[in-house]
Design a protein. Structure first.
Length: 155
């Protein structure tokens, strides 16, 4: 939970537009087919299919895909709480890979743990989802991330 927003509180139009515009400029997220699927103050969810070009030699999602989605979800959760005219950059991020990224898609949910004037501490969880219609098992937690974001002046 963040210091600034209650769970489930809707995000205002300006920060939502700023987050979505920033996300649209990320060519890596575009190449992964990633989309923002949920956005609230201090919280962001990003979903991406596990495409053939994002797999590793064991035919599961590459750790780079997992990290990129978790890092971006956490960063956009932080940006959602920053003032107009701000952008965000990761200063450090740690990942624990808990299971292979086996499934149809990954969902990364980032949230702000603590926000301050100069730094925001963030966390993210990444789950692999296998569609039940295809005989899948549902959702499996595959990674947790924790890091720090810093605000930057946009432009």
């Amino acid at each position: 939970m963040t210091d600034d927003a209650a769970p489930g509180e809707p995000i205002a139009a300006e920060p939502a537009a700023r987050v979505r515009a920033s996300f649209a400029r990320q060519s890596l997220m575009t190449s992964f087919g990633a989309t923002i699927t949920a956005l609230a103050p201090g919280r962001c969810e990003i979903t991406a299919p596990i495409l053939p070009h994002a797999r590793q030699q064991h035919d599961v999602g590459h750790a780079g895909l997992t990290f990129a989605l978790g890092d971006s979800a956490a960063g956009y959760a932080a940006l959602s709480l920053m003032p107009e005219g701000a952008e965000v950059m990761t200063t450090e991020m740690k990942i624990n890979l808990l299971a292979p990224a086996a499934g149809d898609r990954l969902i990364a949910t980032g949230r702000v743990v603590k926000t301050g004037r100069r730094l925001s501490v963030v966390t993210a969880e990444v789950v692999a989802v296998t569609d039940r219609a295809q005989g899948g098992t549902g959702r499996r937690l595959i990674a947790i991330l924790q890091g720090t974001m810093i605000p930057l002046s946009a432009g």
